[in-house]
Design a protein around this ligand. Structure first.
Ligand SMILES: [Fe+2]
Ligand SMILES: [Fe+2]
Length: 375
């Protein structure tokens, strides 16, 4: 089989990665790979799990919805989409304000790492599994994520930056999560990814003059992929009702909702110029993305967070301030730095507890998780 010439046409994640690696001119970008290698609470991580337990999942109770989703993913409507074409306007990297350029590149590197993190996990599940339902799904999702990561890398390459995907796979630290935590975290990151991309896409549809980079034109098809991935995780959870119904697991769900939302808030508030260039008020954007994600996640989670509660935004802002303090203290070093860092951690933890203990809004979940992307 001939390897495809571009990751956009790849049928598997392996082909997509090979196509990206083949593009790699002598240009190296240690800086970008270094950024992608970072493991902090705020940077995208790589995950590993109990693959045997995941391989044993029985989806027969959700068979009809499962087969429909797999058929749709196999039909591959986005094949060839994640590639530059005549819609890709020239990017004036030279003329871009340096501080904005730095934030935007940081955004691209972190998005590329997040996409690739999904790819690595899904690809591994496919490789280790023998349950055909599971391996088929994970191979399809790995394919999509590899195309997404490849496309972002194409964009970065124009700015003289690239993330070395092969190197990351080998060298980045992997965090172990039990399968159920993978479900909660990955389901949410797929759905919040959909909500983020579609919110930016719709905003730029109305304000095309603010589209300072062509990649945003690709966001609609992109977020539909993420939406489908989220649908798959919703079905995996639905196949085992105790995952969303037992008291302990409900607490975990609330924990993951709180952690994912607050991480996004803190991270986005650290890119003020990027959001300003898009003409997006970052606080509005955060709340809007939470609202959409909450609405969608009602398909499977029995609760949503009360994001209009008086303690909500106040404490997200506290977490953000604490995160700045921690970063500054780390840079400063020494005993003073250590003390300030500790202080920051206590502040962040206190704010997190304050948000976590806001009473959640509960509802009845529908019998079928099935949902269409309607935003
Ligand atoms: Fe993706
Ligand atoms: Fe995805």
């Amino acid at each position: 089989m001939n390897a495809p010439t571009h990751s956009a046409f790849a049928n598997t994640a392996e082909e997509a990665i090979a196509a990206q690696d083949a593009l790699d001119d002598p240009m190296t970008s240690e800086k970008a790979t270094e950024v992608a290698m970072q493991n902090t609470l705020l940077t995208p991580r790589f995950y590993t799990t109990d693959f045997a337990e995941m391989d044993a999942v029985d989806v027969s109770s959700v068979r009809e919805d499962w087969d429909r989703l797999i058929t749709q993913m196999k039909s591959d409507p986005n094949k060839g989409h994640f590639k530059k074409n005549e819609e890709w306007d020239t990017v004036d990297w030279e003329g871009m304000e340096p501080a904005l350029k730095a934030e935007f590149i940081d955004f691209l590197i972190s998005s590329c790492t997040a996409e690739f993190s999904g790819c690595v996990l899904y690809k591994e599940m496919k490789r280790r599994g023998s349950n055909e339902d599971i391996t088929t799904l994970f191979q399809l999702m790995a394919r999509d994520e590899a195309r997404h990561a490849g496309f972002i890398n194409d964009a970065l390459r124009e700015a003289g930056v690239r993330v070395n995907l092969g190197f990351l796979t080998q060298q980045k630290k992997y965090t172990y999560f039990r399968p159920k935590f993978i479900y909660y975290a990955t389901y949410l990151s797929e759905k919040i990814g959909y909500a983020r991309y579609i919110t930016i896409y719709r905003h730029l549809e109305e304000n095309p003059e603010l589209r300072f980079h062509p990649i945003f034109k690709w966001f609609r098809e992109w977020c539909n992929d993420e939406f489908s991935h989220g649908e798959a995780f919703a079905l995996l959870m639905k196949s085992d009702p105790k995952l969303t119904e037992s008291f302990g697991n409900k607490l975990w769900i609330k924990f993951f909702l709180t952690a994912v939302y607050s991480t996004m808030w803190v991270r986005d508030h650290q890119r003020p110029l990027f959001h300003e260039a898009l003409g997006v008020d970052v606080t509005w954007y955060g709340q809007e993305v939470f609202r959409k994600t909450s609405e969608i996640s009602k398909q499977i989670f029995p609760m949503t967070l009360d994001i209009d509660h008086p303690r909500w935004r106040k404490n997200l802002d506290r977490m953000e301030a604490a995160s700045r303090q921690i970063a500054a203290a780390k840079a400063r070093g020494g005993l003073g730095g250590m003390m300030s860092r500790l202080g920051g951690m206590v502040k962040a933890a206190t704010a997190f507890v304050s948000v976590f203990t806001i009473p959640a809004k509960t509802h009845r979940v529908p019998t079928s998780t099935r949902m269409e992307p309607t935003y």
